[in-house]
Design a protein around this ligand. Structure first.
Ligand SMILES: Nc1ncnc2c1ncn2[C@@H]1O[C@H](COP(=O)(O)OP(=O)(O)OP(=O)(O)O)[C@@H](O)[C@H]1O
Ligand SMILES: [Mg+2]
Length: 318
């Protein structure tokens, strides 16, 4: 059975006013994600990944564009409708420590999420404890940790609490904003496996934001590569890894470390001036760093077009 579209983002823009001018953090982003699928959103620091996630969750108001969740334009929702929507759209952050209250134990932290969303009464201590323990088990936290505090736990376990809090609400869409970037590589794999298992079991849809393509390789159905607020390439994951078309995507792929030191990866080191996101000129924003740039890449915007089935790219050279 064909999965249903859960999220549709159309021509989304978020510009910030700064003293130097309008900063184009997200500039005309369009994509759809089907229920139960994962879209990886990849690009280097400052390319607008977090801003995009926040605008989709309406933690920031967009400058222009539309966001449809289950077919409804959520930008038209009033405060009451937004509050109900929040249960269905949740976010997991990079640093769970920053979002956890240091004075609350694991079970108190999870219980708080259940109470805030009115899933349980604060007086229902027995029910809260039972559900908290269930959620702890789902995220692989041992029962003995129920009364521990965040500072007593390692980064991986803290991220598991963050995931349990989100699971408590049983959302449909989870925006994961660099959820494993602060963790050791071995722990990263455990958390990624957990997220994959939870998706298989509970049918979550993920927007998985990361600067590291290797992190989303096994988790994503599709990958969207962003550069300075714009989409530069989008394709099903296997196709993107096999046949990357945009020179920026190729550079990102070449930066993934290969376990065999004798293997020649032809790593592309990007040089050249970084284009400013403030009032950027028309044309490809990567052109100044691009090894293949031609004169035609500057001056007019490069269309984001489908060059093969489900494979889109914005490059003046293709
Ligand atoms: N509140 C704000 N006011 C002004 N500019 C902002 C604001 N938030 C983000 N920006 C700018 O918007 C651009 C995109 O930032 P964003 O945090 O979305 O990037 P990112 O891809 O998530 O980066 P990172 O990988 O470092 O998390 C950056 O140039 C940033 O400086
Ligand atoms: Mg970010």
């Amino acid at each position: 059975m064909e999965n249903k579209e859960l999220l549709r983002v159309e021509h989304l823009k978020k510009y910030f006013s700064t003293p130097a001018g309008s900063l184009h953090a997200v500039d005309d982003v369009t994509f759809t994600v089907k229920t139960g699928e994962t879209l990886g959103i990849v690009g280097e620091s400052g390319c607008g990944k977090s801003t995009l996630g926040r605008v989709i969750l309406r933690l920031h108001e967009p400058t222009a564009g539309r966001v449809f969740f289950e077919g409804y334009n959520i930008l038209q929702y009033n405060a009451g409708a937004l509050k109900r929507l929040r249960r269905n759209m949740q976010i997991i952050f990079q640093d769970p420590f920053a979002s956890l209250n240091p004075r609350m134990t694991v079970s108190e932290t999870i219980s708080e999420a259940l109470v805030i969303q009115k899933l349980y009464s604060p007086r229902d201590k027995k029910g809260l404890r039972k559900r908290s323990l269930e959620l702890m088990e789902m995220v692989g936290l041992a029962e003995r940790l129920v009364n521990t505090y965040p500072h007593e736990l390692d980064g991986g376990r803290r991220q598991r609490i963050g995931i349990a809090r989100v699971l408590a609400l049983n959302p449909k869409l989870i925006v994961c904003d660099e959820p494993v970037s602060a963790l050791d590589v071995s722990i990263q794999a455990q958390i990624l496996n957990l997220m994959q298992d939870l998706q298989d079991e509970l049918g979550f849809t993920y927007l998985f934001i990361t600067h590291d393509l290797s992190v989303v390789k096994h988790l994503s159905d599709d990958i969207l590569v962003m550069y300075l607020g714009q989409m530069v390439e989008k394709a099903p994951t296997a196709r993107l890894f096999k046949n990357p078309l945009h020179p920026y995507t190729r550079a990102l792929l070449s930066a993934i470390p290969v376990p065999d030191p004798d293997f020649d990866t032809n790593r592309t080191i990007l040089s050249g001036e970084l284009t400013s996101p403030i009032e950027p000129a028309p044309g490809c924003r990567f052109a100044k760093r691009c090894p293949q740039a031609q004169e035609r890449c500057l001056g007019t915007d490069i269309p984001f077009r489908e060059v093969a089935e489900d494979h889109f790219v914005a490059c003046g050279e293709i």
